[in-house]
Write a protein that binds this ligand. Sequence first.
Ligand code: LLP
Length: 428
Amino acid sequence: MDFDIKTNEKGNLSIGGADAIELTEKYNTPLYVIDETKIRDNYRRVYESFSSHYNDFKIFYACKANTNLAVMRILEQEGSGIDAVSPGEIYTALLAGFEAERIIYTGNNVTNEELKFAVDSGVIINLDSISALKRLSKLTDPKKVKISFRINPKVGAGHHEHCITGGDLSKFGVMEEEAADVYSMAKDLGFTPVGIHTHIGSGILDPEPFMLAVETLMDVTGRVHEEAGVKFEFIDFGGGLGIPYETEESKLDIEKFSKEITGLFKDKLNEYNLGKPTMCIEPGRYIVGDASVLLTKVNTIKQSYRKFAGVDAGFNTLLRPSMYGSYHHIVVANKPEAENTQKIDIAGNVCESGDLFARDRPMPEINEGDTLAILNAGAYAFSMSSQYNSRPKTMEILIKDGESEIIREREIFADVLAKQNVPIRLLK
Ligand code: LLP
């Protein structure tokens, strides 16, 4: 198993030095517990390994994975930039203290209002279509914005078909064959494009497709440089670096991965005389995925046609198992080392049959009152949560040196109702 499960002297799960059960007593459940040290370690591991092979290297944290301001402040302190995919994420990143030059906006199917918001914010605009390019040229002085294009390199990969963003089924980016023409068009419209980008998918543990995407993007970059005369300030390979979720999966060998990618990158820079642009990547999951645990309490043990442990979270809290069939390892937080003795379904409290965190999961004895820890719940977890079933969104806390702080209050019913209006005629 390539993720760590620490038990403290009381026999409880320890998260960043804090006792998981004491946290539930203090803050209630469901509860997202984020370990600050892990975020910093993950960031530094990637940054140090890539930059040791190519020193003009930047990370743009894909904040869609977790947009909590405290998490973003940690990454701002580490020196990261931000990959933002919406005006809301740009707004959040600016509020978290990232300068506009450190934010790349990669929208898709963007409206003119969204483009205008990006222009006014001063961020780098990574365009996804010719349509957006043309509309942008009418909204602003092309000399005043930094643009790049997202290229679909025909290669895609990812842990689930919904998470593959390259290839001929993908809605994203500009076709690689079209790239040189699109950059020429941008220049004709008065822009000076400065970058090129791709993102082939999410949850990639096999370096192979990533390498292929790097190779293709570099060949496209070379062609655009030669045919459209573009001088590139940055080349961005997107995110996608996976983490192990299943017990038999292994961590990415980031040292080997970064060495291979930067090696190929440097060879291609020479081959096409591309100078020394900044190399960028946009990891989200790799930075925050294993840094958070979702704690949820078992309230019901039911022997029906099957055996169920019913908990106080649901797919409104953590959607990934229901949405992608994703495996999240689960331990009993009050006895993380107990041996498995049964197979059981772990069910949430949403009123849908698909609301399962696990089916037929080998688990130790589970009793009502036990707390389950759903691991690797840092990426696309809170950020994809909802108020479905009129449930207020849950709480996030941050652990540093064993101490906890609330970084997102638990919502209350009033939050669920906050934006509703009832016409007066319906009040009679
Ligand atoms: N850059 C772009 C343009 C992206 O669209 C994404 C993710 C990333 C970077 C970061 O990818 P990462 O390093 O986190 O794999 N909800 C899904 C994942 C969707 C990812 C969407 N885009 C999940 O829970 O697995």
